[in-house]
Design a protein around this ligand. Structure first.
Ligand code: GLY
Length: 449
């Protein structure tokens, strides 16, 4: 089968490995990506470097390569309608069309859908197209809020009082900034009550009818150790052998999956289009149970790297059947813990320190430590060196029978097998103390601590 992969990050490298490593299907991979990702290049029969939001260019490449299936990694091309355009030329696409993808590219739509269809886990909110009205609502509520630009911001646009914003005055200033600077690209803001709890992700495959959930994962969006510093695209994540998290019960998981199932049904009813791809639910476990923080219309990054390496069965058939709307059977996972840690340029995300510099990766050394390297926003140069951009450079995923083993695998692989003048990573991700802190906090919030 000839497969087009759109995107050039570590998430897409993990998708490429999963598709090419599938035992039951011979895959010829073609990649359209914004950078020269060495891991994807190695697996591809051909590739083109280009703007993934240029729908015409993606479709032309798909036609030139005569692909049978397209798998889209990032959200921006889906928001631009790449799945609609590919399907028009007869290419089944893993990744929703523009209207169902609205669940991510318009947070106002997502909240209104939840409210209108009575989907549980929706906090108190209002959507505004006028900054003055949004500021009045903040005053009316008189309690800490989350301020969310409605459009796409690469996961970095949400600001919460008590975290990135000091008080309600700063929240109102941020509302004005969103409209003045067109943050998110659509003149709309969502104001909602601040939720207290622990965040987690559940990604589910769906063909618009059936929903197959995958293990829960916890991401670490803050830049620095101890969950300090600005929000990034994600510095790393972990999952546990039982598919739950140390603070998340089976019942919490089931309730979250029900929310995803109801959302898939509501999207179809509202837009008339089936949602085909991965529906990503970012949840917060609160004293009252799971609350939806947001939905994404694609695999998470880094969360894709926690589930793809442990997936059993025929990954290619799964992706193809999602794209064709004929998903059957179940999806199974090996009972292993995973810990993903991102190696980034030293200045990420605040300065350009490290940008353009060489990163050296001894892949064999990483594999010997029971870990897997996935290249992210780097470029393979003509001379074979790998240079960092301003963004995340390399994800290293450790596997183990326990979280401790997986963490040690990832940590030792980075320490001993990756080098560069100006690189850093969060060593605390997946460590016992970090996880225990979260469990204690959750016990306290649930009233047991
Ligand atoms: N881990 C955050 C995201 O994929 O949006």
């Amino acid at each position: 089968m000839r497969v087009l992969l759109v995107g050039g990050g570590a998430r897409e490298h993990a998708i490429a490995e999963a598709l090419c490593g599938a035992p039951d299907e011979d895959v010829e991979l073609y990649a359209f990506m914004p950078n020269r990702n060495p891991g994807i290049i190695r697996l591809s029969a051909d590739y083109e470097v280009g703007d993934v939001t240029d729908v015409e260019a993606v479709v032309k490449a798909a036609e030139r390569w005569r692909v049978d299936l397209a798998v889209v990694g990032p959200e921006d091309p889906l928001a631009e309608g790449v799945a609609d355009a590919l399907e028009e030329v007869g290419v089944p696409t893993f990744g929703p069309k523009r209207e169902p993808a609205r669940i991510e590219w318009d947070k106002g739509f997502a909240r209104r859908l939840m409210k209108e269809y009575g989907i549980p886990g929706c906090p108190e909110f209002e959507v505004f197209e006028d900054p003055d009205e949004a500021c009045e609502y903040i005053d009316e509520l008189g309690k800490p809020v989350a301020v969310k630009p409605a459009g796409l911001t690469g996961g970095k646009g949400v600001k919460v009082v008590g975290d990135q914003l000091a008080n309600l005055e700063e929240a109102k200033e941020y509302v004005r900034e969103i409209f003045e600077e067109s943050i998110g690209g659509i003149p709309k803001v969502v104001i909602e009550e601040k939720c207290i709890g622990e965040e987690y992700t559940i990604q589910a495959y769906t063909d618009g009818e059936r929903v197959l959930p995958t293990p829960a994962v916890q991401d670490h969006p803050h830049a620095y150790e101890g969950d300090e510093g600005p929000i990034t695209g994600g510095m790393g994540s972990y999952s546990c052998p039982d598919g739950l998290l140390p603070f998340l019960t089976e019942e919490d998981y089931e309730r979250s999956v029900e929310i995803l199932e109801e959302t898939v049904r509501a999207i179809k009813e509202e837009t008339g289009e089936p949602y085909r791809g991965v529906l990503y639910g970012q949840f917060m476990l609160t004293a009252e149970g799971p609350v939806v923080i947001e939905f994404n219309c694609r695999y998470g990054d880094p969360e894709a790297m926690n589930i793809l390496p442990i997936m059993e069965g025929d990954v290619v058939t799964l992706h193809a059947s999602v794209a064709e709307g004929s998903m059957e059977g179940d999806v199974e996972f090996v009972e292993k813990a995973t810990v993903c840690k991102y190696v980034v340029p030293a200045g990420y995300p605040e300065s350009s320190e490290g940008e353009g510099e060489v990163i050296e990766v001894d892949e064999e050394c990483i594999h010997r430590r029971d870990a897997i390297p996935y290249y992210a926003s780097v470029n393979l140069e003509e001379d074979g060196t790998i240079r960092m951009t301003s963004s995340r450079a390399l994800a290293v995923v450790g596997l183990g029978d326990t979280l401790e083993e997986a963490e040690e695998a990832a940590e030792s692989a980075i320490e001993e097998c990756v080098s560069g003048e100006n690189i850093r990573h969060r060593s605390d991700i997946g460590k016992r103390e970090t996880v225990e802190r979260r469990v204690k906090r959750m016990e306290h919030i649930r009233g047991g601590g």
